[in-house]
Design a protein around this ligand. Structure first.
Ligand code: ADP
Ligand code: MG
Length: 481
């Protein structure tokens, strides 16, 4: 039996993030996803001779934004290089990228896995352009090419080899996607290819400090496949080492149909890109003032909000994770939390009622009609025992969404949902219930204290949900004493 546990997987990622600019990296073509094939193109993205690239300022700003959010150092002077290779979806014969002097260096992103927090260090971030798309599965005889994507701006994020499991990779990709969305620089949508990654995997004996030889799995565009690929690749490498062999450095493809990683053909993986500075693009020169301006516009970041939600608001990590997943939700919750001290009840309302409501009605938080003040009033009615939580969620909430302008207390009144803590009303109900159930009363008095639940249920039923549970409980205890 192979002892896989005595090995540690070591993983480094190269993430490609498509930046949400309107136009492409070096020309004015539409950069949005989709469109009829080969309609978002021009002489420049088609690589016609004699055309000249011109840098899209927005992508530099987006790169700096992410770099600052990750604590990277910004290179005020950074340069573009040509990465030369031949492929049919790369009409120029080279890709414009940053090799020697990338826009950002260093930085880190914290992830949480199984309650443990780890800082994953970044090597650097660089700007580059995407290639077109070759389509091999639509025509039985021919490969098709769509150049809409050629020249779309990408940010490549290269991590240090700090990750040690498929779960950590998943958490890292999720955190990076979340951050990109908070910053408004990319939707991070893996299905549409706005976020993809190359996964470098090696293994070593636990306790060993040097790195083992690695393989690189190219172009993962789904987290599920990335996890499968990593798990398979780790096992494959351990098996090689355990049988006395050596891991050979290779570039691999993952085949989702078989669940296997297989080496790419030599021609595809033989890398001699002959990088050299692009003579058509002068170095980018940023002023410190520009960088400070970008920094000043950064929103509150997800990890900081998570911290605030778990400490200041005392929410569970689970709730805080859900509420900070998207920036809109976090902002919405903060506004609500300003209006009510009942933070846990507010979290429940957002997570268990408002979010499902939004997905059922296919609306966004921005279009949600009920203002924070009224939601706070709604929470107060439950917390103060005026309306039972179930009645509030089932009946009052829909009414409030229907008539967002109305005072919530009035709505509850008109729906006859107000619970009564009025002593006379409750005493009468309790007396009736006790009279109807003499045997149960006798059993209770003999020590079967669990029957309190039964009496409560009966009183609530008799009151049609209008008895305040706390007050009713007190009256029952008093009468039975
Ligand atoms: P290359 O020059 O081949 O692109 P880099 O040094 O730039 O290699 O590293 C590329 C990626 O591979 C980085 O994410 C890095 O963390 C990762 N990496 C490097 N060495 C290893 C290793 N031994 N095991 C796992 N990942 C590694
Ligand atoms: Mg590299």
């Amino acid at each position: 039996m192979t002892n896989y546990n005595s090995y540690q997987p070591v993983i480094g990622l190269e993430i490609h993030l498509q930046l949400a600019t309107q136009s492409k990296a070096f020309c004015a073509d539409d950069a949005s996803f989709g469109g009829e094939p080969n309609t978002h193109v021009s002489a420049i993205s088609l690589g016609h001779p004699g055309t000249l690239p011109r840098l899209n300022k927005k992508q530099v700003e987006y790169a700096v934004r992410l770099g600052l959010a990750l604590g990277s150092e910004i290179n005020l002077v950074n340069c573009f290089d040509r990465k030369n290779y031949f492929y049919t979806d790369l009409p120029k014969g080279y890709q414009i990228t940053q090799d020697k002097l990338p826009v950002c260096v260093g930085g880190s992103l914290e992830i949480r896995v199984d309650g443990e927090r780890r800082k994953i260090r970044l090597h650097h971030l660089h700007i580059e352009e995407d290639a077109g798309k070759s389509i091999h599965d639509q025509d039985p005889k021919n490969s098709l090419i769509d150049l809409n994507r050629a020249g779309v701006p990408l940010l490549e994020i290269v991590t240090e080899p700090d990750l040690h499991s498929a779960e950590e990779v998943d958490a890292f990709m999720t955190a990076m996607r979340q951050l990109a969305r908070y910053l408004g620089i990319s939707d991070g949508n893996m299905q549409e290819g706005s976020m993809r990654c190359d996964v470098n995997v090696s293994v070593r004996k636990k306790g060993q400090t040097t790195l083992g030889e690695r393989c690189e799995i190219k172009n993962m565009n789904s987290m599920r496949f990335a996890r499968q690929a990593i798990e398979y690749e780790v096992k494959r490498q351990v098996d090689i080492l355990e049988s006395g062999g050596e891991v050979v450095r290779e570039t691999m493809n993952f085949n989702p149909a078989t669940g296997l990683t297989t080496p790419m053909r030599d021609k595809e993986s033989a890398h001699d890109y002959r990088y050299f500075p692009d003579p058509d693009l002068p170095p980018v020169s940023l002023t410190p003032a520009f960088v400070e301006e970008v920094r000043a516009q950064l929103p509150a970041l997800p990890n900081a909000l998570f911290e605030k939600f778990t400490t200041e608001f005392q929410l569970s990590e689970y709730d805080a994770g859900l509420l900070t997943a998207e920036r809109e939700t976090a902002t919405f919750f903060i506004e609500l939390a300003k209006k009510t001290p009942a933070h846990k009840a507010a979290a429940n309302l957002v997570i268990n009622k408002i979010s499902p409501y939004l997905s059922e009605t296919n609306t966004t938080l921005e279009a949600f009609p009920v203002p924070a003040d009224q939601l706070a009033e709604f929470i107060q009615l439950i917390e103060g025992g005026k309306v039972s939580a179930s009645m509030a969620y089932q009946r009052l909430f829909p009414a409030m969404v229907e008539k967002p302008g109305q005072p919530v207390l009035k709505l509850a009144e008109s729906l006859h949902l107000l619970q009564s803590s009025d002593a006379k009303f409750l005493e009468k109900l309790v007396d009736e219930v006790l009279e109807k159930n003499p045997e149960k009363v006798a059993e209770y008095k003999k020590g079967k204290k669990g029957l309190i639940g039964f009496f409560m249920g009966e009183v609530m039923k008799a009151s049609k949900g209008k008895a305040g549970p706390k007050a009713a409980n007190e009256v029952i205890l008093r009468k039975l004493a």
